[in-house]
Design a protein. Sequence first.
Length: 205
Amino acid sequence: MMTVTYQVKDSIYVNLTNRCPCSCTFCLRHNGPGVFGSDSLWLEREPALDEVLESLGKWDYGRFREVVFCGYGEPTERLDVLLAAAEHLKKGDPSLRVRVNTNGLSDLINGKPTAKLFSGRVDCLSISLNTDDPAEYLAVCRPKFGEAAYPAMLEFAKEAATVVPDVVMTVVGEPVTSAAKQARCRAIAEGLGARLRVRPYEEGK
């Protein structure tokens, strides 16, 4: 049985793919098959849109704070399915908060500008900034797109901030990112129209 949707505290998470253009040194995928007590998030195959919608339909959203597109891969690798599922959720309940956790490389993944496609479908984009330094980003995130990745991620965040109500850029807290680096990352995020969140390092369970 594939884990397409799963609960983390007061949120429902959607696991669309295991594909990711990065191989971050701190990624949860290195620690185990699941997180927060979930079943394995490694997919035997990618679920079709109707399977995603069927799995989403099993939850009582009145009991939850939000739906988050985040599994063991980069959700914008399946941008069309993500957008269709998010639109379905918002049509069913416009007040339901929809968030996407992303590395911000959607434009490079899909070969076109994509940030504005999230307008009206997504309430929050959480983008992994990770560092203020492009060279360190290459070393830590190891994106397959090379040096093009860091500026593309920043441009995606800037464009997203014009159409998505809440754009958050994240870094992993100490010891991964020092307080001084966090301050520089905050300045970058705010300069793009986003806000910064320092997230704790979480081990897989």
